[in-house]
Design a protein around this ligand. Structure first.
Ligand code: HEC
Ligand code: HEC
Ligand code: HEC
Ligand code: HEC
Ligand code: HEC
Length: 364
């Protein structure tokens, strides 16, 4: 959906007003012009009024508090206390509001230095990307998975269990790794913390433009020489997935392990839970009964009434991690070792019940 000219004029007017009122430390003389910034933002996903992330509540007339922080600029401003109410979300937000200039450029958002994750863990190491992490943090954690399965027998089907969805683009949970407990972290294992990378490219806003949200590849190829796209970037020599290929990007290592986890989830579901499972990345709640047992999503299978309902604790944990990795497509750049650890541990756990070949694979 394109933004009509009249709306654009309003955005320019508002942007000019607000820039006059809120001095920005970084409005350097040689910085981008206001027009460039507005155009950049207009092209970004944060400005796409027609996308599901902004239209989902149109018929309800308001965005409820549970969703408002991340799906409406005024909701975020309410959450950080920028609307004069105490921090925390305390009322629904209007529909139709985007992640606009004022969402990030108000005194409370600009001052935000600490973010709390769904696990309760906090982080104060993201600088001007702290505001990004409020929305890109997901909605579940190791802790909520543990709470859901508490006391249940590991391999017994339990009708009280339902799939827990990390939600979408939880890049900050990946970046913080063990520091946020956004993936399901198995007992007795240690997990990589915040992806340290290099000092100048450690936070959301040092890799991503806050306005287009894009990452510039030429900011990477000074060090990652010859990489033709982000997915080709590779430093670690270890062949984590044991496919014999250490020339592929680190993305390829994660992709192979992710695929192996998908196949192993299917084997476990059939052999132990007693009902075959399929995954559809586009259909909520993602895991469905594989009614015809062909291992693939067949027409009519990926519908809510056919959702998978014969969960065991072991299956739920591994499926949670499968989705955690699937829903952060930039995860290989956000914290590759954390993702490899989650996938390896999920495979190892399922391997207690079904055949999994971990020989040759390496846990970082
Ligand atoms: C912690 C922040 C957060 C909260 C709370 C949150 N969401 Fe989201 N949601 C996101 C982000 C970030 C995306 C962007 C996904 C993307 O870029 O595709 C998203 C995407 C979506 C989408 C679009 C999915 C798609 O496939 O395009 C829907 C629908 C949605 N959320 C519904 C909800 C509902 C309903 C609630 C409240 C019950 C909610 N969200 C609460 C952060 C949140
Ligand atoms: C998702 C959050 C977000 C949104 C939306 C956003 N900005 Fe920014 N903006 C930032 C961050 C973060 C910085 C960098 C601040 C820093 O590092 O000191 C920034 C920097 C700026 C700067 C300083 C110059 C520069 O590029 O560094 C200006 C001017 C600016 N923004 C204007 C705007 C305007 C106008 C809009 C709306 C069209 C807008 N911003 C939307 C987060 C945002
Ligand atoms: C108020 C919540 C909020 C804040 C703050 C926020 N985002 Fe987003 N972001 C969203 C939502 C919602 C979407 C999905 C938009 C859509 O689907 O059209 C999104 C989409 C994105 C996307 C594109 C994802 C895709 O599926 O293509 C990127 C990249 C992104 N944001 C990065 C950032 C960065 C970097 C920051 C901080 C400068 C930031 N976001 C701040 C809510 C937020
Ligand atoms: C080391 C650089 C780096 C850092 C730090 C980083 N990202 Fe990313 N991010 C990337 C790359 C590279 C991609 C993949 C971009 C592409 O394919 O165009 C990506 C992808 C994403 C996406 C998905 C975009 C899509 O097209 O679906 C989102 C959302 C996102 N990042 C948000 C964030 C947030 C929020 C933070 C901070 C918590 C962050 N990123 C930190 C490099 C980084
Ligand atoms: C100043 C040099 C430098 C720049 C610029 C740089 N990187 Fe890196 N990158 C490194 C180093 C050093 C490592 C190894 C870090 C580690 O393993 O702790 C690394 C590791 C990585 C990895 C993990 C690779 C692996 O095999 O484990 C990814 C992915 C990555 N960088 C993405 C990016 C992206 C995306 C950009 C551009 C936005 C970028 N890097 C820019 C130096 C750089």
């Amino acid at each position: 959906m394109t933004i009509p000219r009249s709306t654009r004029r309003t955005i320019f007017a508002v942007a000019t007003l607000f820039l006059g009122a809120v001095p920005l430390s970084s409005t350097a003389q040689d910085g981008p012009s206001l027009t460039d910034i507005v155009e950049a933002w207009l092209s970004s996903p944060h400005a796409q009024r027609g996308d599901a992330a902004f239209t989902h509540w149109d018929e309800d007339g308001e965005v409820p508090p549970a969703c408002a922080t991340c799906h409406s600029g005024p909701g975020l401003i309410d959450f950080v206390g920028g609307d004069g109410t105490p921090p925390g979300i305390d009322h629904p937000a209007p529909t139709g509001a985007l992640v606009d200039c004022a969402t990030c450029h108000n005194a409370a958002s600009a001052a935000l230095a600490t973010v709390t994750f769904p696990s309760g863990a906090t982080a104060d190491t993201l600088g001007s990307g702290t505001i990004c992490a409020v929305c890109h943090q997901g909605r579940e954690s190791s802790d909520s998975v543990d709470a859901a399965i508490a006391g249940a027998a590991e391999d017994a089907v339990n009708a009280d269990l339902r799939f827990l969805n990390i939600h979408y683009r939880a890049a900050a949970a990946t970046l913080l790794g063990g520091g946020a407990r956004g993936g399901y972290q198995y007992d007795g294992k240690t997990y990589a913390g915040q992806f340290s990378h290099v000092p100048d490219l450690n936070t959301c806003t040092s890799c991503h433009s806050p306005h287009t949200t894009q990452v510039a590849l030429d900011a990477c190829t000074t060090c990652h020489k010859g990489a033709e796209d982000f997915r080709a970037i590779r430093i670690t020599p270890t062949d984590f997935d044991a496919d014999g290929n250490t020339a592929e990007g680190i993305h390829g290592e994660i992709a192979t392990l992710h695929e192996a986890l998908g196949a192993t989830l299917q084997a476990y579901a059939t052999e132990v839970a007693g009902t075959a499972i399929v995954y559809d990345s586009h259909a909520y709640p993602y895991f469905f009964i594989d009614s015809d047992g062909d291992g693939a999503v067949t027409e009519g299978e990926a519908i809510y009434p056919n959702r998978y309902q014969t969960w065991t604790p072991r299956l739920l944990r591994a499926a949670y991690n499968y989705q955690f990795v699937a829903k952060d497509p930039g995860g290989y750049s956000h914290n590759p070792k954390y993702l490899i650890q989650l996938l390896y541990d999920s495979l190892e756990s399922l391997g207690a019940q079904v055949s999994v070949d971990l020989s040759g694979m390496t846990r970082p």
